[in-house]
Design a protein around this ligand. Sequence first.
Ligand code: CP
Ligand code: NVA
Length: 316
Amino acid sequence: MMDTMTAPKVATQDFLTVADLSAEELVRVLDFADHLKGLRKDGREHHLLKGKSIAMYFEKPSNRTRVSFEVGIFDLGAHPVMLRKDEVNLGVRETISDTARTLSRYVDAIMIRTFAQRDVNELAHHASVPVINGLTDEHHPCQILADLQTARERFGDLKGRKLCFIGDGNNIAHSLMEGCALMGMHFSIACPQSHNPLPDIVENARKIGERTGAEIQVTDDIITGVKGAAVVYTDVWTSMGQEQESIERQRVFEGFQVNADVMQAAADAIVLHCLPAHRGEEITADVFEAHAQSIFDQAENRMHAQKAIMAALLVR
Ligand code: CP
Ligand code: NVA
């Protein structure tokens, strides 16, 4: 039986950053993700994208993104087309524009994981079908939908609550900052000054926060960061593509670990981690296991949240 709750309407054609959505659209997408999660748990068919095809292209490794998209596309009654780097070789074998225009003749949407955000922007610019960012060096918007869905499951409305991200001012930090700002949730990043998030993204998040009431804080002091936080979030010190900096990064981030002392300062916060996790680096094994329930709920929610954004972009 099909369900009657309709897919949320969003103004954007593409989902390249969290800030492509308005605050109201983001809430509607999260509501729809909750709805789809319920349908799946009840075993109720929801073929909202029946007959459509969605291409997935990866230039970096993936477990969660790859599997949650493929299963989610199948759940929605659509067909996933998996493309490998050695097949497409974006921007090398042919121009990004030619790849975009060709794929737009075959498929109804393109999900891409690559390095440069500008390549994803260029793909989206030339594609006539929606493009979804499955992670770049700068952003990981699909992850943040799942993170916010998980936080809402624990706390309900996120307005006025606080999330503290500990670690590198990276793709996750950028997208989380935008997502928290849109939700009216205070965001603090505790990171070494040498690895602060990009100033443009901080400025934009602060602008959003002026409308929603969210405060955006950048600090190098963990105790300041976690004070009053409902959620403590961390990610790897060395992101995909930075492997040659790994030893230096272990030195720089040494004091930025989510461990028992940090969790004591954070009082009764939950811990989220986008995964993969490196125990003994950004998080200790004991803290990880103590919060495994929320961390794997978060991983599961990737699927529900991505189904919601695909439906929002494709059911017009
Ligand atoms: N969190 C996340 O995106 O995981 P994968 O790299 O395994 O897709
Ligand atoms: N910052 C990490 C996120 C992995 C999901 C990376 O880019 O490798």
